[in-house]
Design a protein around this ligand. Structure first.
Ligand SMILES: Nc1ncnc2c1ncn2[C@@H]1O[C@H](COP(=O)(O)OP(=O)(O)OP(=O)(O)O)[C@@H](O)[C@H]1O
Ligand SMILES: [Mg+2]
Length: 261
């Protein structure tokens, strides 16, 4: 395991990682216990349990309609579960208001790259930061350093950005909140493999160097497993299997049955 890095901005590295007697133990930063969510008669999540470790990427994989988006929306408080719990750092946050979730260090990048088309890149970042209290100039500079393509286009209207650039903008906007855990919903959707690799590479870099924790929802299982530490496979609202990302990628039967590669 890599040593936690000194200067960290995202949740102070891996505070819950302890090395005792030669064995490494990690505890969950985010814990989901028996979560069920329904839309009227449609049960989208059915008793889902998973953990996202601090300083790790946890991928949630599954086909269309598996419940991935519902899971993220329930965790971040946009949808109320019918039963089950969500804990952050051991503290129950299941029915906390969305603002409280942001305050506690959760940032949700929803499906679909929502930018305000008429505003410039810089204005989009500023609008995003309004919900996050005071955001210093250095925070904006940091996002621009991470995403030079966005920096080059800071004065251009957001509708002129490519899909990949929009994705970088919404991830950058989420990072302005200095989250401890980033919930990413299908960041690869519709992007060229090269751009997907670039975005995932940046996410990995933030995790490794700054201790950010990520819950990554993806239908693109192959790419997600190549960057993730752990994978959770969802099918029809239930967890089919949870395992080390490499082990999942190596399981041919599972790949064919649920992961589409
Ligand atoms: N607002 C809604 N109202 C009613 N049913 C919904 C709603 N949102 C999702 N569903 C249903 O809940 C189930 C899970 O949907 P969800 O969007 O969570 O899946 P997903 O895994 O994110 O799929 P995708 O890969 O297509 O984004 C599906 O059967 C879907 O039709
Ligand atoms: Mg979805």
């Amino acid at each position: 395991m890599a040593e936690p890095h000194g200067a960290t901005r995202y949740g102070g590295g891996r505070p819950d990682t302890a090395v005792a007697g030669g064995t490494t133990t990690t505890t969950a930063l985010l814990e989901v216990q028996g979560l069920s969510t329904s839309y009227g008669p449609v049960r989208a999540l059915d008793g889902v349990s998973l953990t996202a470790e601090a300083g790790r990427i946890t991928a949630v994989l599954g086909a269309n309609g598996a419940g991935k988006t519902t899971l993220l929306r329930t965790i971040s408080g946009l949808v109320r579960p019918t039963s089950g719990k969500v804990l952050l750092d051991g503290e129950e946050i299941t029915r906390a208001p969305v603002e409280a979730m942001v305050h506690k260090g959760m940032a949700h990048v929803p499906e679909g790259r929502g930018v305000i088309a008429e505003l410039t890149v810089d204005e989009n970042l500023r609008v995003g930061s309004l919900f996050r209290g005071k955001v210093g100039r250095e925070e904006f500079d940091r996002v621009y350093d991470l995403f030079p393509r966005i920096a080059e286009r800071r004065d251009n209207p957001a509708h002129t950005l490519s899909g990949g650039e929009r994705q970088m903008l919404v991830v950058g906007r989420a990072l302005l909140a200095r989250p401890r855990i980033l919930l990413l919903d299908e960041p690869s959707l519709g992007l060229a493999p090269r751009i997907v690799a670039q975005i995932f590479g940046l996410v990995r870099q933030l995790v490794d160097s700054e201790g950010l924790s990520v819950l990554l929802v993806e239908q693109n299982a192959r790419s997600a497993l190549s960057v993730a530490d752990t994978g959770v496979v969802l099918n029809l609202g239930r967890v089919v299997v949870t395992d080390d990302a490499r082990a999942l990628a190596a399981d041919e039967d599972l790949r064919h049955a649920y992961l589409g590669f």
